[in-house]
Design a protein around this ligand. Structure first.
Ligand code: 13P
Length: 258
Protein backbone atom coordinates (compact mmCIF):
# COMPACT_ATOMS: atom_id res chain seq x y z
CA UNK A 1 0.00 0.00 0.00
CA UNK A 2 1.82 3.09 -1.21
CA UNK A 3 -0.59 5.93 -0.59
CA UNK A 4 -3.52 6.15 1.78
CA UNK A 5 -6.88 6.28 0.05
CA UNK A 6 -8.75 9.56 0.50
CA UNK A 7 -12.54 9.50 0.55
CA UNK A 8 -14.22 12.89 0.74
CA UNK A 9 -17.93 13.29 1.46
CA UNK A 10 -19.46 16.42 -0.05
CA UNK A 11 -22.73 16.86 1.80
CA UNK A 12 -23.79 19.75 -0.46
CA UNK A 13 -26.84 21.58 1.03
CA UNK A 14 -27.77 18.71 3.36
CA UNK A 15 -29.13 17.77 5.89
CA UNK A 16 -31.91 20.06 7.11
CA UNK A 17 -31.12 19.98 10.82
CA UNK A 18 -28.19 20.15 13.21
CA UNK A 19 -29.36 16.97 14.88
CA UNK A 20 -29.17 15.04 11.61
CA UNK A 21 -25.73 16.50 10.92
CA UNK A 22 -24.51 15.34 14.33
CA UNK A 23 -25.85 11.86 13.68
CA UNK A 24 -24.06 11.57 10.33
CA UNK A 25 -20.79 12.78 11.84
CA UNK A 26 -21.04 10.34 14.72
CA UNK A 27 -21.88 7.36 12.50
CA UNK A 28 -19.20 8.08 9.92
CA UNK A 29 -16.58 8.48 12.64
CA UNK A 30 -17.66 5.21 14.12
CA UNK A 31 -17.47 3.46 10.73
CA UNK A 32 -14.02 4.90 10.15
CA UNK A 33 -12.62 3.26 13.27
CA UNK A 34 -12.69 -0.02 11.29
CA UNK A 35 -10.49 1.33 8.49
CA UNK A 36 -6.76 0.79 8.04
CA UNK A 37 -5.76 2.44 4.78
CA UNK A 38 -8.37 5.12 4.26
CA UNK A 39 -8.67 8.74 5.36
CA UNK A 40 -12.19 10.13 5.47
CA UNK A 41 -13.12 13.79 5.09
CA UNK A 42 -16.61 15.07 5.84
CA UNK A 43 -17.59 18.37 4.25
CA UNK A 44 -20.81 19.59 5.86
CA UNK A 45 -22.38 22.97 5.06
CA UNK A 46 -20.53 25.78 6.90
CA UNK A 47 -23.16 26.06 9.60
CA UNK A 48 -22.72 22.44 10.70
CA UNK A 49 -18.93 22.31 10.66
CA UNK A 50 -18.63 23.28 14.32
CA UNK A 51 -20.68 20.18 15.21
CA UNK A 52 -17.65 18.13 14.22
CA UNK A 53 -14.94 20.36 15.70
CA UNK A 54 -13.10 20.16 18.99
CA UNK A 55 -13.53 16.46 19.37
CA UNK A 56 -11.90 14.79 22.32
CA UNK A 57 -11.26 11.36 20.76
CA UNK A 58 -8.79 11.03 17.93
CA UNK A 59 -9.08 7.33 17.24
CA UNK A 60 -10.20 7.34 13.61
CA UNK A 61 -8.71 8.89 10.50
CA UNK A 62 -11.54 11.32 9.92
CA UNK A 63 -11.13 14.98 9.10
CA UNK A 64 -13.34 17.98 8.56
CA UNK A 65 -13.62 19.75 5.25
CA UNK A 66 -15.51 22.75 3.90
CA UNK A 67 -17.33 22.99 0.59
CA UNK A 68 -16.06 26.43 -0.26
CA UNK A 69 -14.20 29.45 1.14
CA UNK A 70 -13.82 33.15 0.46
CA UNK A 71 -10.85 34.20 -1.65
CA UNK A 72 -10.38 37.16 0.75
CA UNK A 73 -7.64 36.06 3.08
CA UNK A 74 -8.22 38.62 5.80
CA UNK A 75 -11.39 39.22 7.80
CA UNK A 76 -13.42 42.23 6.71
CA UNK A 77 -16.55 43.61 5.09
CA UNK A 78 -17.53 40.66 2.93
CA UNK A 79 -21.16 39.90 3.67
CA UNK A 80 -22.07 36.25 3.38
CA UNK A 81 -18.49 35.04 3.09
CA UNK A 82 -16.60 32.58 5.28
CA UNK A 83 -12.85 33.02 5.58
CA UNK A 84 -10.01 30.55 5.71
CA UNK A 85 -8.98 31.56 9.27
CA UNK A 86 -12.49 30.77 10.51
CA UNK A 87 -12.32 27.35 8.89
CA UNK A 88 -8.92 26.66 10.36
CA UNK A 89 -10.19 27.64 13.80
CA UNK A 90 -12.97 25.04 13.38
CA UNK A 91 -10.26 22.43 12.69
CA UNK A 92 -11.06 22.17 9.01
CA UNK A 93 -8.15 20.62 7.12
CA UNK A 94 -9.55 20.26 3.61
CA UNK A 95 -11.45 22.76 1.48
CA UNK A 96 -13.23 22.09 -1.80
CA UNK A 97 -12.68 24.73 -4.47
CA UNK A 98 -14.43 25.02 -7.80
CA UNK A 99 -17.17 22.44 -7.52
CA UNK A 100 -19.16 22.34 -10.76
CA UNK A 101 -22.36 23.26 -8.92
CA UNK A 102 -20.69 26.52 -7.83
CA UNK A 103 -19.19 27.01 -11.27
CA UNK A 104 -22.72 26.67 -12.70
CA UNK A 105 -23.73 29.59 -10.47
CA UNK A 106 -21.04 31.81 -11.97
CA UNK A 107 -17.79 30.87 -10.21
CA UNK A 108 -14.91 31.20 -12.70
CA UNK A 109 -11.36 29.85 -12.86
CA UNK A 110 -9.84 33.16 -11.74
CA UNK A 111 -11.81 33.11 -8.50
CA UNK A 112 -11.20 29.37 -8.03
CA UNK A 113 -7.49 29.98 -8.35
CA UNK A 114 -7.58 32.77 -5.73
CA UNK A 115 -9.44 30.49 -3.35
CA UNK A 116 -6.97 27.66 -3.88
CA UNK A 117 -4.12 30.07 -3.19
CA UNK A 118 -5.81 31.21 0.05
CA UNK A 119 -6.31 27.60 1.14
CA UNK A 120 -2.75 26.42 0.55
CA UNK A 121 -1.30 29.65 1.94
CA UNK A 122 -2.84 28.68 5.28
CA UNK A 123 -1.40 25.19 5.03
CA UNK A 124 -4.76 23.49 4.42
CA UNK A 125 -5.36 21.03 1.59
CA UNK A 126 -7.32 22.25 -1.44
CA UNK A 127 -9.58 19.79 -3.23
CA UNK A 128 -9.84 21.38 -6.65
CA UNK A 129 -12.76 20.15 -8.75
CA UNK A 130 -12.48 19.92 -12.51
CA UNK A 131 -14.43 18.08 -15.17
CA UNK A 132 -15.96 18.35 -18.59
CA UNK A 133 -19.65 18.94 -19.29
CA UNK A 134 -19.76 16.75 -22.37
CA UNK A 135 -17.40 14.53 -24.31
CA UNK A 136 -16.82 15.00 -28.02
CA UNK A 137 -15.31 12.38 -30.31
CA UNK A 138 -12.48 14.67 -31.35
CA UNK A 139 -11.23 14.95 -27.78
CA UNK A 140 -11.63 18.73 -27.48
CA UNK A 141 -12.86 18.13 -23.94
CA UNK A 142 -9.31 17.15 -22.98
CA UNK A 143 -8.00 20.56 -24.02
CA UNK A 144 -10.80 22.23 -22.09
CA UNK A 145 -9.98 20.17 -19.04
CA UNK A 146 -6.29 20.97 -19.30
CA UNK A 147 -7.07 24.70 -19.45
CA UNK A 148 -9.42 24.39 -16.50
CA UNK A 149 -6.72 22.70 -14.40
CA UNK A 150 -4.05 25.24 -15.40
CA UNK A 151 -6.28 28.25 -14.80
CA UNK A 152 -7.66 26.94 -11.52
CA UNK A 153 -4.10 26.54 -10.21
CA UNK A 154 -2.64 29.70 -11.72
CA UNK A 155 -1.94 31.33 -8.33
CA UNK A 156 -0.48 28.24 -6.65
CA UNK A 157 3.27 28.45 -6.01
CA UNK A 158 5.25 25.28 -6.77
CA UNK A 159 6.10 24.84 -3.10
CA UNK A 160 2.37 24.54 -2.28
CA UNK A 161 1.45 22.12 -5.06
CA UNK A 162 1.85 19.24 -2.58
CA UNK A 163 -1.23 20.61 -0.78
CA UNK A 164 -3.44 20.32 -3.84
CA UNK A 165 -5.70 17.35 -4.55
CA UNK A 166 -7.50 17.26 -7.88
CA UNK A 167 -11.04 15.89 -7.92
CA UNK A 168 -11.95 14.86 -11.42
CA UNK A 169 -15.74 14.99 -11.65
CA UNK A 170 -17.22 14.71 -15.14
CA UNK A 171 -20.27 16.96 -14.82
CA UNK A 172 -22.42 14.48 -16.73
CA UNK A 173 -21.83 11.83 -14.04
CA UNK A 174 -22.69 14.04 -11.05
CA UNK A 175 -26.11 13.14 -9.69
CA UNK A 176 -26.42 10.49 -12.42
CA UNK A 177 -27.42 6.85 -12.02
CA UNK A 178 -24.12 5.52 -13.31
CA UNK A 179 -20.53 6.48 -12.68
CA UNK A 180 -17.90 6.64 -15.40
CA UNK A 181 -16.49 3.19 -16.05
CA UNK A 182 -13.23 2.41 -14.24
CA UNK A 183 -11.20 2.03 -17.47
CA UNK A 184 -12.12 5.57 -18.47
CA UNK A 185 -11.37 6.79 -14.96
CA UNK A 186 -7.88 5.34 -15.34
CA UNK A 187 -7.27 7.32 -18.55
CA UNK A 188 -8.44 10.50 -16.87
CA UNK A 189 -6.34 9.97 -13.75
CA UNK A 190 -3.26 9.62 -15.96
CA UNK A 191 -4.26 12.68 -17.97
CA UNK A 192 -4.68 14.85 -14.86
CA UNK A 193 -1.33 13.69 -13.48
CA UNK A 194 0.36 14.51 -16.78
CA UNK A 195 -1.07 18.04 -16.75
CA UNK A 196 0.01 18.41 -13.12
CA UNK A 197 3.52 17.20 -13.98
CA UNK A 198 3.77 19.81 -16.75
CA UNK A 199 2.81 22.50 -14.28
CA UNK A 200 4.71 21.50 -11.16
CA UNK A 201 7.16 18.76 -12.09
CA UNK A 202 7.21 14.99 -12.18
CA UNK A 203 8.15 14.46 -8.53
CA UNK A 204 5.14 16.33 -7.19
CA UNK A 205 2.84 14.71 -9.75
CA UNK A 206 3.98 11.24 -8.63
CA UNK A 207 2.92 12.02 -5.07
CA UNK A 208 -0.30 13.88 -5.82
CA UNK A 209 -3.78 12.49 -5.34
CA UNK A 210 -6.44 12.44 -8.04
CA UNK A 211 -9.94 11.69 -6.81
CA UNK A 212 -12.87 10.61 -8.93
CA UNK A 213 -16.38 11.95 -8.27
CA UNK A 214 -19.79 11.35 -9.85
CA UNK A 215 -22.34 8.70 -8.84
CA UNK A 216 -19.95 6.79 -6.59
CA UNK A 217 -21.55 4.19 -4.32
CA UNK A 218 -20.65 1.08 -2.35
CA UNK A 219 -20.97 -1.10 -5.48
CA UNK A 220 -18.68 0.79 -7.83
CA UNK A 221 -16.22 2.42 -5.40
CA UNK A 222 -13.70 -0.40 -5.15
CA UNK A 223 -13.31 -0.81 -8.94
CA UNK A 224 -12.80 2.92 -9.40
CA UNK A 225 -9.85 2.65 -7.02
CA UNK A 226 -8.58 -0.76 -8.14
CA UNK A 227 -9.04 -0.55 -11.92
CA UNK A 228 -9.41 3.20 -12.29
CA UNK A 229 -6.34 3.78 -10.07
CA UNK A 230 -7.95 6.83 -8.54
CA UNK A 231 -6.28 7.82 -5.29
CA UNK A 232 -9.64 8.39 -3.71
CA UNK A 233 -13.23 9.46 -4.22
CA UNK A 234 -15.39 12.55 -3.91
CA UNK A 235 -18.81 11.30 -2.90
CA UNK A 236 -22.06 13.28 -2.95
CA UNK A 237 -25.37 11.53 -2.26
CA UNK A 238 -23.91 8.46 -0.57
CA UNK A 239 -21.91 10.53 1.91
CA UNK A 240 -25.03 11.59 3.82
CA UNK A 241 -26.38 8.04 4.06
CA UNK A 242 -24.14 6.75 6.86
CA UNK A 243 -24.95 3.06 6.31
CA UNK A 244 -24.21 3.16 2.58
CA UNK A 245 -21.17 5.33 3.17
CA UNK A 246 -19.85 2.88 5.76
CA UNK A 247 -20.14 0.06 3.22
CA UNK A 248 -18.40 2.16 0.61
CA UNK A 249 -15.54 2.90 3.00
CA UNK A 250 -15.17 -0.75 3.88
CA UNK A 251 -15.13 -1.74 0.20
CA UNK A 252 -12.30 0.62 -0.69
CA UNK A 253 -10.33 -0.06 2.46
CA UNK A 254 -10.11 -3.77 1.71
CA UNK A 255 -8.32 -3.27 -1.59
CA UNK A 256 -4.90 -4.53 -0.69
CA UNK A 257 -2.88 -4.12 -3.88
CA UNK A 258 -3.33 -0.34 -4.19
P1 13P B 1 -22.99 12.36 -6.49
O1 13P B 1 -22.08 11.38 -5.78
O2 13P B 1 -24.27 12.58 -5.77
O3 13P B 1 -23.15 12.02 -7.95
O4 13P B 1 -22.26 13.78 -6.44
C1 13P B 1 -20.94 13.87 -6.83
C2 13P B 1 -20.42 15.19 -6.41
O5 13P B 1 -20.78 16.21 -6.95
C3 13P B 1 -19.45 15.21 -5.29
O6 13P B 1 -18.84 16.45 -5.20
Amino acid sequence: MSKRILVVGNWKMNPATLEEARTIIRKVRHAATELSHTDVVMCPPFIFIAAGSHRTDSSSHTYLGAQSVSSHREEGSYTGEVGIHMLRDMEVQYVIAGHSEERARGLNDVEVSRRVAAIVHEGLTAIVCVGEHVRDEGGVYLDTLKEQIKNSLADVPVKSAKDVVIAYEPVWAIGAQQAMNPEQVYEMVLFVKKVFADLFGQDIAMKMKVLYGGAVNAENAADIIRIGKADGLLVGRESIRPEGFAELLKAVDTISDK
